[in-house]
Design a protein around this ligand. Structure first.
Ligand code: GLN
Length: 261
């Protein structure tokens, strides 16, 4: 890497990225917390620091205090234990996103950032209403490897899904990607996830970010944009050979097996 190359990317001053990790004690399956570890490492490789604060039941946060909100997945039981508390944080979270904060929400967390989730026992769990969608649990779980086409980024995402929930996006809602292999939001529409401003929800576990470095950097850039008050910065490229191999392996598995009950 020549001096000119390094200096161009070192222009970006070291930033502190303030992360609010919601319900890490309830919503953390399939190593979802591994996504935080990836963000922390990739931020550090660019001279930035990730500062993670946890918020659980009974905790409150001020809308402008965080650059990135993260919430993982969980079983219906855990979702039922946090849903009312999360819904009560809804106004603050929506105000934070309106203010430019980023969000990454996975599976059970993603479902609860919609308007509601009707779980397998028929309980209607209130949601935050950040994403224009509703979810209801179906009989059969949708389990397996997933491959998405994210045409908005000209990239693919590979991960793993395991959910009973069928998520129905409102008309005009922006999905995260189109299902190439797998079930996605509902096993029928071909849509997966949802995007609103710098907030993204997805069913993709794995954890998601180690095998999708471009998306990890996209999330980081959204958070840095909020921290720095400007546009999402271009991050210095990293030698992601291992991550790319992991992506290819996951993508191949999805093509071979994804989307079958
Ligand atoms: N409990 C939810 C469902 O079954 C979410 C599962 C998850 O987070 N993996 O759909």
């Amino acid at each position: 890497m020549g001096a000119g190359f390094v200096s161009k990317f070192r222009i970006a001053a070291a930033m502190r990225i303030r992360v609010a990790h919601l319900y890490s004690d309830y919503l953390n399956i399939y190593a979802d917390r591994g996504n935080i570890a990836v963000l922390a490492r990739r931020a550090a490789w660019r001279g930035h620091e990730l500062e993670v604060a946890s918020f659980s039941v009974g905790d409150t946060f001020r809308p402008g205090d965080h650059d990135l909100f993260y919430v993982g997945g969980g079983q219906d039981r855990e979702q039922a234990l946090v849903a009312t508390d999360l819904a009560a944080k809804g106004a603050a979270l929506r105000e934070a996103v309106d203010g430019g904060a980023a969000v990454l929400a996975v599976c059970g967390g993603y479902q609860l950032l919609g308007r509601s989730y009707r779980d397998r026992e028929g309980r209607r769990l209130p949601g935050v209403g950040l994403f224009p969608l509703e979810t209801f649990a179906g009989e059969r779980r949708m389990i397996g490897d997933v491959l998405l086409d994210c045409s908005w980024a000209g990239r693919t995402l590979a991960g793993f899904e395991n959910h009973a929930g069928r998520t129905i996006l409102d008309d005009g809602a922006e999905p995260l990607g189109r299902v190439v292999s797998g079930f996605g939001n509902d096993g029928a529409s071909g849509a997966e996830g949802c995007r609103v401003a710098r907030a993204v929800g997805t069913y993709l576990h794995g954890p998601l970010l180690p095998r999708n470095p471009w998306f990890a950097d996209w999330v980081l850039a959204q958070a840095l944009a909020h921290a720095g008050g400007g546009a999402p910065p271009e991050l210095a490229p990293l030698p992601d050979d291992l991550e790319q191999d992991a992506h290819e392996v996951a993508a191949r598995r999805a093509r071979e097996r994804g989307g079958r009950f």
